[in-house]
Design a protein around this ligand. Sequence first.
Ligand code: FES
Ligand code: FES
Length: 194
Amino acid sequence: MPNRHQQRGKQMPEPPKAEVYMMAFGPSPVSIQLNVNGQVQSVNCEPCRTLLQVLREKLGLTGAKQVCDRATCGACTVLVNGKRVYSCSILAIDAQDANIETVESLGQDGTLDTLQQAFVAADASQCGYCTPGFIMSATAFLTDNPSPTREDIRKGMCGNLCRCGTYAGIEEALLSMGKTPKPSTLAMKRGKRG
Ligand code: FES
Ligand code: FES
């Protein structure tokens, strides 16, 4: 049976050549090493893979979420050398020499981290999709601002978005961390107060 192009008297387009595939999809997987949550792990991945893709798909660390995938929402936030980073927007291969911390590093022996507990107490989560990113962002924020004001929180946390609108709860959670300072497990591991 003639196909759509033949019915219209058109030539079938040529299938892409192998070199075109190479240009479109880049080089084959390479072995890289990532230091994630204190463990160095070897991963085979294409150089074009983002840190978020490798964390989720290769290492099974699905706490960081893929939402906008374009450095806008912060759902994918992890810490790289203690700084907040949108993991959807850096290549895994470029994170090889860094200390990467994900939300999975928080808490100990099945107990929530104090910051996670503060989120629960303040009812700072609805669907929860943004929450791991907020928690990691807040971990870094509180390390630099242990007793923030509401204004500090609004400015310092503006890189993370919540579609459910739980901002009031998140502010309360972070304010409570300042009022009753308790070290987060991550900060303790780093020898700092969070
Ligand atoms: S998924 Fe990375 S910033 Fe939104
Ligand atoms: S709790 Fe649903 S996106 Fe923030």
